[in-house]
Design a protein around this ligand. Structure first.
Ligand code: GAP
Length: 433
């Protein structure tokens, strides 16, 4: 499967649209259509379920996007959240130097030796708070959700009565003024992250680091991502972020090669120390039993929600040969599929529509469903395969006599005849949601 195929499917089936498309697109952000919004929501829900809901050592928060500029001074983002920018003196194109295959050749005009000296370009998005735009009221859109967690460390510890080791999780939008956004939703200037900061005793940091690398790798596999398309890669020391003592990336085999889905970093006590120094508030942890006060270390699994959603879409895509015809099917895990059950009446005749509505109403409470009455049944099956719907329930003319429907399985295409009053049980046994 090539890159264009998945981009075209995303647009034609209503997963993702370029933001401001009617004005020519912004090339920085994307809008998620009905199916894309559902898929993205399911990815985030699965992350939240495994990180917060199923654990008693992690709690979740939702902090503000706009924070005090001092947060970014303390975190080091204002000084060092930069990428190396080069500008071609021949065609004026701007590139991120560390992402160029040949650092001496402009990929836009093909000329060599035309780059001026690289500059450190800060990725923070700036705006002003209040009615007048001055340097004093300059604020920034957060470039990561993590800092919202660090600055609330003491609030959360105190109010949730958490004891080490414990984590604070957050899902939300982040903004980076990327030099070269691209590869569809892979790198955008507005995106969503799923981050968790796990606070531990310093001497236990290595152990927890290994633990979270394994846990996070397993999360993708458990949600059906193909093992061969996933790998863990340890950062070389010169690659490490300014706060990290060690990092593993979970990488996915995108159509253009291996690239990052998530980073799991040992952030040491960098952030809590920095915020203590800059705010004057003591963010050390007090261990009452040992009667000691210290800065915990932090293990941080930081994933991109939008990027991960894109990877699940790519991984699930398959073209199959069915009796000489190509069938496109998204083999999404049931938990991620935007629509779980499609209800398809064979015709628009009123008595079939009436049964359809009754069946749909009975399923709607429990599952995300779609009723589709357009086109031939073959075309409707094709569409449901393309959006990854695990089960189609077809209501035909026999249904009126025998009160049975045909249930078609997305992956095997096998069809079963099931009594309407048994449908709920039949689906509950098969749908892993
Ligand atoms: N708090 C640590 C942190 O933000 P990061 O590696 O810069 O670490 C974490 O970002 C994840 O956020 C990345 O692995 C990626 O999935 C996602 N991400 C980062 N920049 C992105 C962008 N411009 N567009 C889409 N996703 C992005």
């Amino acid at each position: 499967m090539d890159f264009d195929t998945i981009v075209n499917l995303s647009k034609s089936r209503g997963f993702v649209f370029p933001s401001s498309e009617i004005y020519g697109g912004l090339r920085s952000a994307y809008d998620y259509g009905p199916l894309g919004a559902a898929l993205l929501r399911n990815v985030k829900e699965q992350w939240w379920r495994s990180m917060v809901k199923l654990r008693d050592d992690i709690v979740g928060i939702d902090s503000a996007i706009i924070q005090s500029p001092q947060v970014w001074e303390a975190s080091g983002h204002l000084a060092s959240f930069t990428d190396p920018l080069v500008e071609c003196t021949n065609c004026n194109a701007r590139h991120r130097l560390d992402k160029l295959e040949d650092q001496d050749q402009c990929p836009t005009c093909g000329k060599r030796g035309t780059f001026a000296a690289a500059k450190d370009f800060n990725l923070m998005f700036q705006t002003n708070m209040g009615p007048v735009a001055t340097a004093e009221n300059r604020v920034y859109l957060r470039p990561e959700t993590a800092q919202g967690i660090f600055i609330n460390f003491e609030n959360v510890r105190r109010t949730s009565r958490m004891k080490l080791p414990f984590g604070i999780a957050q899902v939300g939008k982040s903004f980076r003024n990327e030099i070269t956004p691209g590869q569809f939703v892979f790198r955008t200037r507005e995106f969503e992250q799923m981050e968790m900061e796990f606070f531990v005793r310093p001497e236990e940091a290595d152990e927890w680091f290994q633990y979270w690398v394994k846990e996070r790798h397993s999360w993708y596999l458990d949600l059906g991502m193909t093992d061969e398309n996933l790998r863990l890669r340890e950062h070389e020391s010169e690659e490490l972020a300014h706060y990290a003592a060690g990092t593993f990336d979970v990488e996915f085999l995108f159509p253009w090669g291996w690239d990052e889905l998530e980073g799991i970093a040992n952030r040491t006590d960098f952030d809590l120390k920095q915020h203590t120094e800059h705010s004057g508030k003591d963010l050390r942890y007090f261990d009452a039993e040992a009667n000691e006060r210290f800065f915990p270390f932090v293990i941080e699994p930081a994933a991109g929600a939008t990027r991960t959603t894109f990877a699940f879409l790519i991984d699930a895509y398959s073209d199959e040969d069915v009796s000489g015809e190509t069938r496109t099917v998204l083999k999404l895990d049931h938990r991620l599929a935007p629509v779980k059950v499609a209800v398809l009446p064979l015709s628009k005749k009123p008595d079939l529509v009436e049964v359809t509505q009754r069946v749909a109403a009975s399923l709607r409470e429990r599952y995300d469903i779609e009723v589709d009455v357009t086109q031939s049944i073959g075309k409707r099956y094709r569409r449901q395969d393309e959006i990854g719907t695990p089960y189609c329930v077809t209501i035909d003319f026999d249904t009126l006599d025998d009160q049975q429907v045909t249930v078609r399985d997305r992956d095997s295409m096998a069809q079963d005849r099931v009594a309407i009053d048994q449908l709920d049980r039949y689906l509950a046994e098969r749908l892993k949601v």
